[in-house]
Design a protein around this ligand. Structure first.
Ligand code: C2E
Ligand code: MG
Ligand code: MG
Length: 543
């Protein structure tokens, strides 16, 4: 084999399984100044400016998993100077020797090839890093969060082998265009070598919002690609990093995102993972969340957002649900989904919940004093708080300290909390009601309720769960359930509110069926106190 690689126009270096140089092509000699004969047998590592162990580990992981790696490296020249190059390494088994060889294809980075990938027409790795670096500066100044996704097509080698590389390239090109269409104008997708893509998400409000984008991207790939009449379905593995928190510069962020991508691969691919398994699952992470949570109250890291509740007849804001957020110094804004469960399991929810009640009542009283007289605040109670034997004292204390008229506090509990120990629950609810606050049942419809008991509970409101509202227009079943709950509420002389109302159709449908109140993005997301106040003032003035 008067070897293929000698005809390749770019520089090529082949090493054996012990990383010793076997041969180089003329372009490699031209690029580096090293004659082939001089290099044969020497350790290939000598040709590079010392790679960090981390670089090396990533490269090895890639070669083991996928038999291909590409990335930026610094190559030494015979004259002692250094050049930055883009290197793609392919591991192949040489049939007659049964041994592995590594073929390195090298492209100088400052060549005239421009900053776009020729196949996908997307920005290349170099341009991506430049833009990311600028965006990081921006984010630091304006206190934004940035997300970087590192996307790798699963089993691309198999696809490439069976389709041929021309069609493989065509597939990547079409995939690139499909993903690009899904992103917002400010976001950026780039080709970062071979079958890899990187996505830059600027201006993230919550770190978890990155998962919404990922869901969209993964969903978009579910319908396959028509490659010359052949239906090709692909899956991807995605690693995610968030700035600030997961790295300080573009290089480090990309590395960490790539690392996370490899741990997805190790679990079988077709999935995504945050770096340091962010926020969710990882045990280490959970421990640090726990210890950080213990300090969060005194460090004043919790904040309440308020989501307006609108009367369907008057159109007025009549109240709001207080929803907790954790403004974490490194993780950014953490949604309750990620910490309420842990707070509940460790018992910390009792003191956190206490803080929520105090803060919600203090704020509501301040609004009353400022002229927004009829606002009622709804506060979520967790199961652990509900079974805390000091609950009544705590409520009494909150009311006394805040001097809020008790009729303007509403406590939200769930079906499962009240259906556990009916007789004691009824007694407890009656005591709460006697102190003035009203009670509502949250997420109604998702648990199981005994209707005969429902009548006996001193509750004022049912809150129909978002999951029924989502499909109320398109699903007959959900529509019937919602109609039944509204009817039931009216019969039991209870108020009924729907949460998660997102569009005008849903709102119109519920209005026709005389649902009393609405809460949902259609009117407003949960807002900071000042934003909420402005919202109420402008909205209630218009109606
Ligand atoms: P929940 O009490 O059922 O609160 C409603 C959730 O639905 C809120 O999520 C709200 O932001 C979201 N939501 C409202 N309208 C829409 C909409 O139109 N579309 C969509 N997609 N979502 C909507 P959030 O704030 O993430 O809270 C989630 C859950 O965390 C709450 O569910 C509640 O169970 C719990 N939680 C929040 N704050 C507290 C708290 O202070 N104490 C306790 N114990 N639990 C809390
Ligand atoms: Mg609630
Ligand atoms: Mg709910």
């Amino acid at each position: 084999m008067a070897t293929e690689y000698q005809r390749v126009t770019g520089a090529v270096m082949v090493a054996d399984d012990a990383y010793r140089v076997l041969r180089v092509n003329p372009a490699f000699t031209e690029l580096t100044g090293f004659p082939a004969a001089l290099l044969a047998g020497s350790p290939s590592a000598d040709l590079y400016l010392r790679q960090s162990d981390q670089d090396h580990a990533i490269e090895r992981a890639a070669l083991d998993a996928e038999a291909i790696w590409s990335g930026q490296v610094s190559l030494k020249k015979a004259d002692g100077s250094i050049i930055k190059v883009m290197q793609t390494t392919v591991a192949t088994t040489i049939e007659d020797e049964g041994r592995c060889h590594y073929i390195h294809i090298i492209e100088p980075l400052d060549s005239a090839s421009g900053s776009y990938d020729q196949n996908t027409h997307l920005p290349d790795r170099r341009m991506f890093k430049e833009i990311l670096t600028q965006e990081l500066e921006n984010a630091k100044r304006k206190h934004f969060q940035i997300g970087v996704l590192f996307i790798d097509v699963d089993n691309f080698k198999v696809i490439n082998d069976s389709l041929g590389y021309v069609k493989g390239d065509q597939l990547l090109g079409e995939m690139a265009q499909r993903l690009k269409k899904l992103l917002r104008g400010n976001d950026l997708i780039a080709s970062v070598g071979g079958n890899r893509f990187a996505v830059l998400l600027t201006d993230l409000v919550h770190a978890e919002d990155a998962t919404i984008v990922i869901m969209k991207l993964m969903h978009a790939l579910e319908s396959g690609f028509d490659i010359d009449g052949q239906d090709v379905v692909i899956t991807v593995s995605i690693g995610i990093v968030i700035f600030p928190g997961d790295g300080d510069d573009s290089e480090e962020l990309l590395h960490h995102a790539e690392h996370s991508m490899y741990s997805v691969k190790a679990d079988g691919g077709n999935n995504y993972q945050f770096f340091k398994a962010s926020i969710q699952s990882s045990a280490v992470n959970r421990l640090s969340l726990e210890s950080e949570m213990r300090k969060a109250i005194e460090r004043r890291e919790f904040v309440l957002h308020y989501q307006p509740q609108i009367n369907t007849i008057s159109g007025h804001v009549i109240g709001m649900e207080a929803l907790i957020r954790w403004q974490h110094p490194e993780r950014g804004m953490v949604a309750p989904f990620h910490f309420i469960q842990i707070a509940e399991e460790t018992g910390m929810i009792v003191s956190i919940g206490d803080w929520v009640m105090h803060e919600a009542c203090r704020q509501t009283k301040a609004w009353h004093d400022a002229g927004l007289i009829d606002l009622k605040v709804a506060v979520n109670l967790s199961a652990r708080q509900f079974s805390d034997r000091h609950l009544l004292d705590r409520i009494a204390q909150v009311l006394a300290v805040s001097r809020l008229d008790p009729a303007y506090l509403e406590l939200e509990i769930t079906e499962s909390m009240v259906m556990r120990d009916i007789e004691n629950t009824i007694a407890l609810l009656e005591k709460i009601a006697a102190m003035g606050p009203s009670l509502s049942i949250d997420d109604f419809g998702t648990g199981y309720s005994s209707l005969s008991y429902l009548k006996r509970f001193p509750i004022n409101k049912l809150k129909i769960d978002k999951s029924f509202i989502d499909d109320v227009i398109i699903s007959d079943d959900d529509a019937k359930i919602v109609e039944a709950i509204i009817g039931l509420s009216h019969n039991l002389k209870l108020n009924v509110i729907c949460e998660g109302v997102e569009d005008a159709d849903q709102f119109g449908w519920l209005q026709e069926r005389q649902c009393n109140e609405i809460q949902g993005y259609y009117f407003s997301k949960p807002l900071l106190a000042a934003e909420f106040e402005a919202f109420v003032r402008s909205r209630n003035a218009c109606f």
